[in-house]
Ligand binder design. Structure first.
Ligand code: RIB
Length: 305
């Protein structure tokens, strides 16, 4: 049987507009297109881990609206166990996304039902957590719930990953000891460490600060500058694969899900990072969140240019 990954986090319906550029404050732009696409950082990471070889369970909440059913069905289509996905009396989470002609995006999320994922829901899902080899959390559900889940994952002796996205403030100090792998992007690394991050050297300094705050291993994703792994004095840089970017939405989620799936399958950290990078590179060549996430055979067929 394939290795087990449990993802605790958000499900969002992405309302995606493509436009020539991101609008300025007070400006109205004419867009190229509009689409509704299943997303949410938690659900995207679950889909990535599932398509990339893991057996996956999702823990989260959707609303009792039509989006809720679509979001659940999308996970079921990828054979993700949804016994711990609750339907609550609220609107499903939504993300308003603009993607410009340079494939950059801007996102506003309205959590809706994601806000109903409580610590009690994590306790109810404990039998699911117990089946995990790797547990992944992000920050699109309430902080108290994330903290509770991280601590339970640590108490159960699981490998615990936190993708601190989106990050708007430093992490609670007592979270660090619960996390095996902290995986921020460059802006999240800056927010969490309080240091500017705009190069490999500054990313390394931010990771060192996060380690001094208690993080065990830090993996900073740096887009075209690749990935930086830091653990104590061990620093490894993984260069990025060159691809023609169409849409970077969910690239970070694809990396995290792919890394987790590979780690759960017994690959080394370096192999899991490379695997996650290939998956993320493929995802940016396609539009949308979940539709852009590649399968294991896509990754195996990838030839770097
Ligand atoms: O990481 C991409 C995701 O962020 C989107 O799918 C959107 O739902 C937001 O949560």
């Amino acid at each position: 049987m394939s290795a087990k990954v449990v993802v605790i986090g958000s499900l969002n319906m992405d309302l995606v507009t493509r436009a020539p550029r991101l609008p300025k404050g007070g400006e109205t732009l004419i867009g190229h297109s509009f689409a509704t696409v299943s997303g949410g950082k938690g659900a995207n990471q679950a889909v990535a881990a599932a398509r990339l070889g893991a057996q996956v369970s999702m823990v989260g909440c959707v609303g009792d609206d039509p989006y809720g059913q679509v979001l659940r069905d999308a996970l079921l289509a990828d054979h993700i166990d949804c016994q711990a996905v609750s339907t609550v009396a609220d609107s499903s989470g939504v993300a308003l996304i603009v993607v410009d002609d340079n494939s950059q995006n801007a996102i506003v999320i309205v959590p809706g039902a994601n806000g109903a994922l409580t610590s009690a829901a994590i306790d109810q899902a404990d039998p699911v957590l117990q089946t995990a080899e790797v547990i992944i959390c992000q920050l699109e559900v309430p902080d108290a719930t994330v903290g509770h889940a991280l601590k339970r994952g640590r108490a159960l002796g699981k490998t615990v990953i936190l993708n601190p996205a989106p990050a708007s403030r430093p992490l609670p100090a007592d979270w660090f000891a619960t996390i095996d792998y902290l995986i921020p992007n460059e802006s999240e690394a800056a927010t969490l460490s309080g240091l500017p991050v705009d190069s490999l050297a500054t990313a390394q300094a931010a990771a060192a600060r996060l380690i001094s705050m208690g993080a065990g291993k830090v993996i900073v994703t740096l887009g075209e500058q690749g990935v930086l792994f830091v653990q104590g004095d061990r620093v490894e840089h993984f260069t990025a694969f060159a691809v023609k970017a169409v849409d970077t939405t969910a690239a970070g989620d694809t990396f995290v899900g792919g890394f987790a799936a590979a780690l759960a399958a017994g690959q080394s950290e370096a192999e899991a990072i490379r695997f996650g990078q290939v998956a993320a590179a493929l995802s940016v060549t396609r539009a949308g969140a979940q539709p852009s996430i590649p399968t294991l055979s896509d990754v195996q067929a990838f030839k770097p240019s």
